[in-house]
Design a binder for this molecule. Structure first.
Ligand code: ADQ
Length: 470
């Protein structure tokens, strides 16, 4: 195989492997590229007055990265606009938050064109190109239009929505047609793969065969589910590290014999944080025996704070945690500790291990790596219990968790109660099955699975030569 070129919106391999990155994508790709001599291409995160396409090529954390600056208008229309105010809410089933603005579409098309133009000269004949996520759905189309015939794969980190939902998007067919310029389209789950296949068959009058060969718009592409995992080996090292032990000791010392429930998320409306806070309130209301015996630590790192919906949710969570603490706290106990900061990956491992219950209850999630990290951090002799939303992609693989409906506060409160009193034998049995899966389906297996399938996909035929005057 030639080089692997990874393309994603942001390029941020951690410079220090101990430092946690907010967003599973960065962690997963850094791990995937560690063994590859490839190139990681994307936006620098910086803006410039006028787009030049000048590249900054550097070595970061052992990975060659090629970065391009965008204009401020690109940031607003492509990143804050179409990516995070149109596609993100729509693909997470929040049609109430979706903004359909023509300028966002234009910004999205413009940046995908700019990416293609800037990347084109870096591509060698036998490179494999792997494009990541919803920011870059039409990138293959732009590259093909510039004569790129390499194998190009696409992986979607977020859910693919049901077709009825997708059809609320103006020009949805154009977007799906553009995906057919990839050789391989990967999803996190079978559920997303099926939703895509259903669109192809029902809306695009195409077909999908049992082997995953999809045809529509006069083109063909392979589709498949490639559930992402964590870097289990690296995470085990983090769990055994001195910072993890220090975080564990500090957390356990603060418990004063109480049990702890933990949530760790980017501060995002898709993560179901408000519903989770209300479910915990319900637990306290329904089970007065738990008062002062338990507390809930929610770590939520602010993200995308230029987008209004993210500012709103922040305000609502502050109000909710204030209300719950106001109603139940005593001089020596607060029921919720709500923390808005990012922790080092190794410290986070120690905090997970100190928690008796891991609460992962997104309203929709492509996968959710926190669920897997929580399991990987547990003490095999005395493991904690994972409570997992049935609407997280991870639920397809993690059936031994306590699976809940994240919209039902009663359902979640009941699961918390069950987790808090679960006998050791049951905790061990559930954890052991979950941990086997986390160790087996690690990020390296995900990378190999995707890249292997992309290599096997058939090479595109050369363009037809049309005779002059024909
Ligand atoms: P996210 O929604 O960002 O990404 P998620 O799977 O929830 O990703 O992972 C978040 C990552 O950030 C985890 O590795 C976690 O440890 C870390 N993190 C969260 N809060 C932190 C904090 N306070 N301090 C330090 N680290 C923190 C998208 C999709 C997901 C999909 C991933 C990967 O939305 O569904 O699982 O990509 O494909």
């Amino acid at each position: 195989m030639g080089r692997l070129i990874v393309v994603s919106n942001r390029v941020n391999p951690p410079t220090d492997p101990g430092v946690g990155s907010v967003g599973g994508l960065a962690m997963a790709l850094a791990a995937a590229l560690r063994e590859s001599s490839g190139l990681w291409f994307g936006w620098s995160g910086e803006t410039c007055e006028t787009f030049t396409g000048n590249l900054s090529i550097q070595q970061v954390g052992g990975v060659t990265v090629a970065l391009v600056d965008l204009e401020e208008q690109d940031r607003q229309e492509y990143y804050n606009g179409y990516a995070n105010r149109t596609l993100w809410p729509l693909f997470h089933y929040r049609t109430d938050l979706v903004a359909y603005e023509r300028s966002f579409d234009e910004g999205y098309e413009r940046v995908n064109t700019r990416f293609a133009e800037t990347l084109r000269p870096l591509i060698q004949d036998d490179d494999l190109i792997w494009v990541q996520d919803y920011h870059l759905l039409p990138l293959a189309r732009e590259l093909r239009q510039r004569g790129v015939r390499n194998k190009i794969g696409f992986f979607l980190h977020i859910p693919w929505p049901a077709r009825r939902l997708l059809t609320t998007l103006p020009r949805h067919a154009e977007l799906v047609e553009a995906l057919f310029d990839y050789d391989l389209i990967g999803f996190q789950t079978q559920d997303s793969r099926e939703a895509f296949a259903e669109y192809v068959v029902q809306n695009a009058e195409g077909s999908v065969d049992a082997s995953g060969e999809a045809s529509a718009f006069g083109k063909r592409a392979r589709i498949g589910a490639f559930p992402i995992g964590i870097d289990a080996v690296d995470f085990a090292k983090a769990v055994a590290s001195a910072p993890a032990k220090a975080a564990f000791d500090r957390t356990r010392a603060s418990l004063l014999g109480r049990k702890m429930i933990v949530g760790v998320d980017r501060l995002d409306y898709s993560k179901g944080l408000e519903e989770r806070f209300c479910a915990y309130e319900q637990l306290l209301a329904d089970h007065p025996d738990q008062l002062e015996k338990v507390f809930f630590l929610q770590i939520a790192t602010p993200s995308r704070d230029e987008v209004e919906a993210y500012q709103d949710i922040r305000g609502r969570l502050e109000a909710l945690s204030g209300r719950i603490n106001g109603a139940y706290a005593d001089i020596d106990w607060v029921p919720i500790r709500y923390v808005n900061k990012a922790y080092r990956r190794d410290a986070l491992a120690g905090i997970y291990r100190a928690a008796h219950v891991g609460l992962v209850t997104p309203l929709r999630d492509g996968m959710n790596l926190v669920a897997k990290e929580y399991v990987a951090a547990q003490d095999p002799v005395d493991p904690g219990v994972l409570i997992l939303s049935e609407l997280a992609g991870a639920a397809e693989q993690m059936a031994e968790a306590l699976i809940v409906n994240p919209f039902s506060r009663e359902d979640m409160a009941e699961a918390m109660r069950r987790a808090l009193i679960m006998p050791t034998e049951e905790r061990r049995a559930r954890w052991s099955a979950l941990n086997d899966g986390v160790q087996r389906d690690h990020v390296g297996a995900w990378r190999d699975g995707f890249v292997g399938a992309l290599e096997k996909s058939s090479r595109r035929p050369p363009p037809l030569k049309v005779a002059c005057g024909a």
